[in-house]
Design a protein around this ligand. Structure first.
Ligand SMILES: Nc1ncnc2c1ncn2[C@@H]1O[C@H](COP(=O)(O)OP(=O)(O)OP(=O)(O)O)[C@@H](O)[C@H]1O
Ligand SMILES: [Mg+2]
Length: 262
C-alpha cells in the first residue's frame, strides 16, 4: 500500500532478476539509497532519474550549478509534496521512504534543514528546540545540544528570529538533531554567512561527522563542502554527472570547471 499510486519502479538495475519478495533486493549494504527517482513540479520535469547510495555515517556533498536540481533532490528525499515523485525508490535503513509522506519520513528520521531555516517566530531559542521534542522519537537532549552549540546556550531566552543568520543556522541544525535523525539533509548551511561564522558551523558539522551521523550537504561553497565530505555527487540538469570520493573532485580542476565553475 503506497501513498503514491502512480509510482513505478524497476529497482536498482532495470534488468535485475525479479525477486518474488520485492524488498529482498533492497537489503544491500547501503544505509540510504535512491534508485532512479524522477520528480515533477506540475508539468516541469526536474529530477530526471537520480540514483545514489550512502553508507551509514558517510557525509555526501551534493553539488552542481544553480538550478541543477540539488534542492529538488533533497525535497524529493524528504518526501515533500513538490516535486512529486513519480518513479523510483528511496530506502533508508531498510524502510521505503518512497511510500511515506513528508511527516512520516520526518518521524522516521529524515531531518531536512531547508535553506530558509524556518525558525518559528514568537518562540525563544529554547522553545524552538523544545517544540522539536514535543513528540517521540527524541534525539539529543537540550543540555547536549547546548554543549555542542554554546552560542545557542548563551541566547536560550532570545527570540529565535532575532538571532543573527549564523546563529539561526545553528538553531536550525540543532532543531534537526533534537529529533532522532537518521539522515540529515542540509541545504546550503553556509549561505549568506561571514567566513568566521562558516568556520564555526564547519566545526559543528565536523563534530557531528565524528558522531557518525549520515549526512547530505548541499553547498554553493563547494570547496568547504568537499573538505567536510567523504563523497561527492555532482548533479547536472537533474541527473548525476559524477559520483566519487570528495578528494577526487578537489584534485580534478577540469571536473570542477565543467560542473561547478570553480
Ligand atoms: N516550485 C517549482 N516549480 C517549478 N520549477 C521549479 C520549482 N522549484 C524549482 N524549480 C526548477 O527546478 C530546477 C532545479 O531547481 P533547484 O532549486 O532544485 O536547483 P538547485 O540545484 O537547488 O539550485 P540553487 O543552487 O540555485 O539552489 C530549476 O530549473 C528551477 O527553476
Ligand atoms: Mg537550491
Amino acid at each position: 500500500m503506497t501513498e503514491t499510486p502512480a509510482l513505478q519502479s524497476n529497482g536498482p538495475q532495470g534488468n535485475a532478476p525479479q525477486a518474488s519478495a520485492a524488498p529482498e533486493r533492497n537489503k544491500g549494504p547501503a544505509f540510504f539509497s535512491c534508485w532512479d527517482i524522477h520528480g515533477y513540479y506540475g508539468e516541469s520535469y526536474i529530477v530526471q532519474g537520480v540514483s545514489f547510495d550512502i553508507r551509514e555515517g558517510e557525509i555526501v556533498a551534493l553539488l552542481g550549478r544553480n538550478g541543477a536540481g540539488k534542492t529538488s533532490t533533497l525535497r524529493t528525499i524528504a518526501r515533500m509534496s513538490d516535486p512529486q515523485l513519480t518513479h523510483g525508490e528511496i530506502w533508508l535503513d531498510h524502510k521505503p521512504l518512497h511510500e511515506m509522506s513528508d511527516f512520516q519520513a520526518s518521524q522516521f528520521g529524515v531531518g531536512l534543514v531547508p535553506e530558509d531555516r524556518r525558525i518559528i517566530p514568537g518562540l525563544t531559542v529554547e522553545e524552538n528546540l523544545q517544540l522539536a521534542q514535543i513528540a517521540e522519537p527524541k534525539g539529543w537532549s537540550i543540555e547536549r545540544l547546548y554543549e555542542h552549540f554554546p552560542r545557542l546556550a548563551e541566547r536560550r531566552k532570545q527570540e529565535g528570529v532575532t538571532l543573527s543568520g549564523g546563529e539561526q543556522q545553528m538553531l536550525a541544525v540543532a532543531r534537526a538533531l533534537a529529533r532522532d535523525v537518521k539522515l540529515l539533509l542540509l541545504d546550503e548551511p553556509y549561505e549568506g554567512l561571514a567566513p568566521v561564522i562558516v568556520q564555526e558551523i564547519e566545526r559543528i558539522l565536523e563534530e557531528i561527522k565524528g558522531l557518525g551521523l549520515t549526512t547530505i550537504i548541499v553547498e554553493q561553497n563547494a570547496i568547504a563542502a568537499l573538505h567536510l565530505a567523504d563523497r561527492a555527487i555532482i548533479l547536472d540538469m537533474g541527473q548525476v554527472a559524477f559520483d566519487g570520493i570528495a578528494q577526487e573532485v578537489l584534485d580534478n580542476a577540469e571536473l570542477r570547471q565543467e560542473y561547478l565553475a570553480i
